[in-house]
Design a protein. Structure first.
Length: 130
């Protein structure tokens, strides 16, 4: 059983349905479900870098109905991201992400993708500082 506490107004997606807490809310999820908490949800407008587009496509494959369509978007996003990666750790995270997605383990793919987003942000801040 998974216990989730939501703050007032916090969003939660369960099996594709967007829910929003009205007041402090505690939920108990007693069986298997695809869910994302507010901080894990990305809007299309926020997907403005290659790693974020990869995250968004993976998120949609995880919570959406047409995972084949989103899998194609994931492949396209991977093609855009891979050439930008120079760091061996980032490439390893990208391979780990691809391995998760290959077996349709999208939630763990999202976890890997957050590491790629952090790496991308670090690279961007390093370039801006130089």
């Amino acid at each position: 059983m998974l216990r989730i506490t939501l703050r007032d107004g916090e969003a939660l997606i369960i099996n594709g349905a967007l829910l929003r807490a009205s007041g402090r809310t505690e939920l108990k999820v007693e069986n298997q479900a695809c869910l994302l908490r507010g901080r894990e949800i990305m809007t299309p407008e926020e997907a403005d870098t290659p790693a974020k587009r990869l995250y968004y496509a993976c998120m949609m494959a995880y919570i959406g109905e047409d995972s084949d369509k989103h899998r194609d978007e994931i492949i396209d996003a991977l093609r855009q991201l891979m050439p930008t990666l120079e760091d061996i750790e980032a490439k390893a995270a990208c391979v780990a992400f691809a391995n998760r997605v290959a077996v349709c383990d999208y939630y763990k793919g999202l976890i890997q993708c957050r590491a790629l987003i952090a790496h991308e942000q670090a690279m961007t801040s390093d370039v801006a500082a130089a």
